[in-house]
Design a protein around this ligand. Structure first.
Ligand code: NAP
Length: 499
């Protein structure tokens, strides 16, 4: 028996595209990628702020099956990354599968299939639902009195208003995460006066952003082996340094911490240095990579404001010491709600259970990809995915190969419906909790990593362990519903672990 599985993918960002490529490579054409916007690229389409670049080396922030010889820099700019996803969409024939302006608002499992509904009222049924809705998607706005009263231009970093002139203006930026730091490097020299409002100092890893020469690009273009080798080298480097440092106390953690401390010591002005000195361990918050942040702050037109904010007034920001910092432009680089996951999509399992029912405090799942009670649902970048300073593309590849393994078994008639058991999910989450104390994220700081349960919503082991744990799906951990294997039908071999 051979059945053609219908697959609905929600989101045409990096991970949704990855799933599409995997399905096509497996010869499955009966899939639709629903994208609520009019273009692919996800976070790289939505974020257009000045200075936007990837803080994972571009060599590694690429699909392993499509390394890009043409990256312009070690950490390539956002528009270049967006163009890469556009090219992948065309090269792998995905465009015909994408339904743009199709926001899926609800998905209900009726006991046999997923019934999806879009914001426009279109209905569709699918055997498999793949959630590829991203992690850093919903902008988080600060709860500061008077924000609406500001008379200048104010916007979130992910909603940049490009009609607002910046040169020579008094620019205020709220937030010192990766975004605030990148914006600062791009705008501090352009602004008439630049005020960075810092609630918590950040550790900065000095990462110079080297430009690749024409010769390097030509060489990698001519030699696909070398190009793949460059990908592997960048992966090995990232996984054996930062990948280890964040999850085990050891030499990698000590070495990276020492580099950050030495970098901070380069700030000459002792008052500024004191303001920029964090009171927690490097990497506890997501480590910020920047080769020129401190230099940007040392310019005479720049101030780092560490006084608490009392309120926003029509003319600017009033801090608790009574000072009014007059501004023309206010940028809220205040991050995202990283814990919303698939929401606000209304997801309902066959027994009527919702995400609110299974996630009373924080999102939890099974092996970062599946949820008990929700059959034939696979999440890319699901709860506790290894997102800490690693290439999310590599993670999406592992997760899509895992989902494909089940889709292929469905195609072979070996199963109709699978969902991880509650017991397997509970066991996995107990192991996660037990591993957390070794991680740097629990050493005493506040960050977007920490969920409402007080624990980091991250993978507490190495990226390699994630690949190993997902390489061989264990059906013992699943409620397998429906069709038993048809006589004579051999189950397909598991998809190879990727990257
Ligand atoms: P973030 O790391 O969550 O930083 C938000 C910043 O806003 C923090 O400095 C925070 O201060 C501050 N903030 C929030 N609410 C505030 C309030 N009410 N008053 C004052 N300050 C407030 O957000 P992000 O910088 O947008 O970065 C999020 C993640 O996106 C990064 O960690 C990274 O994973 C990703 N990112 C990646 C790249 C890339 O190159 N790949 C680039 C940008 C972002 P506290 O620290 O005190 O909370």
């Amino acid at each position: 028996m051979d059945r053609s599985p219908t697959v609905a993918i929600v989101g045409a960002g990096m991970s949704g595209l990855c799933m599409g490529v995997r399905l096509r490579q497996a010869g499955i054409e009966s899939f639709t990628i629903h994208e609520k916007a009019g273009a692919v690229g996800g976070t790289w389409r939505e974020n257009t702020y000045p200075g936007l670049s990837c803080d994972v080396p571009s060599r590694f922030y690429s699909y392993s099956f499509a390394p890009n010889p043409g990256w312009s820099r070690q950490f390539s700019p956002g528009p270049e990354i967006c163009s890469y996803f556009e090219r992948i969409t065309d090269r792998y024939g995905l465009r015909a599968h994408i339904r743009f302006d199709s926001e899926i608002v609800s998905a209900h499992h009726d006991g046999e299939r997923w019934q999806l509904q879009s914001a426009g009222g279109t209905k569709e049924a699918a055997d498999f639902l793949i959630s590829a809705t991203g992690v850093l998607h919903h902008p988080r706005y600060p709860d500061i009195a008077g924000l609406d009263s500001f008379q200048g231009a104010a916007f979130h970093s992910a909603r940049w208003d490009h009609s607002v002139p910046l040169a020579g203006k008094r620019i205020g930026v709220l937030g010192t995460g990766s975004t605030g730091v990148q914006i600062t490097c791009a705008l501090a020299g352009l602004a008439g006066r630049y005020s960075l409002f810092q609630r918590t100092a950040q550790w900065i890893l000095p990462a110079p952003n080297r430009r690749y020469s024409r010769m390097t690009k030509a060489l990698l273009r001519r030699s696909p082996e070398l190009n793949r080798l460059a990908y592997r080298a960048a992966q090995e480097w990232m996984e054996h340094t930062l990948g280890e440092a964040v999850v085990h106390p050891g030499w990698q953690r000590r070495a990276i911490a020492a580099v950050c401390r030495r970098n901070l010591a380069r700030v000459k002005d002792p008052v500024l240095r004191r303001k920029l000195t964090p009171d927690y361990e490097p990497m506890c918050k997501r480590l910020v990579m920047s080769g020129d942040f401190y230099e940007a702050l040392e310019q005479p037109n720049v101030e780092v404001v560490t006084e608490g904010i009392e309120r926003v007034e029509p003319q600017g920001i009033r801090t608790l010491d009574g000072t009014l910092h007059e501004l023309d432009v206010l940028v809220l680089a205040t991050g995202f709600d990283a814990h919303a996951y698939m929401r606000p999509m209304d997801l309902v399992g066959p027994q009527g259970q919702t995400l609110a029912d299974i996630w009373p405090d924080e999102p939890h799942g099974y092996l970062t990809v599946a949820l008990p009670g929700f059959p034939n649902l696979f999440c890319l970048m699901g709860p506790h995915s290894p997102v800490g300073n690693q290439s999310l593309i590599s993670v999406a590849e592992t997760q899509s190969a895992y989902a494909l393994w089940f889709i292929e078994r469905f195609r072979a008639g070996a199963l109709a419906s699978v969902a991880p058991t509650a017991a397997a999910s509970a066991r996995f989450n107990a192991e996660l909790r037990a591993a957390m104390p070794d991680t740097v994220w629990t050493t005493g700081c506040n960050s977007w990593y920490i969920g409402a349960d007080g624990l980091p919503s991250l993978w507490p082991w190495t990226p390699r362990r994630h690949r190993e744990m997902l390489a061989r799906p264990s059906l013992r951990d699943f409620d397998v519903i429906g069709a038993p294997p048809a006589p004579g039908v051999a189950a397909p071999a598991p998809a190879a672990a990727t990257s």
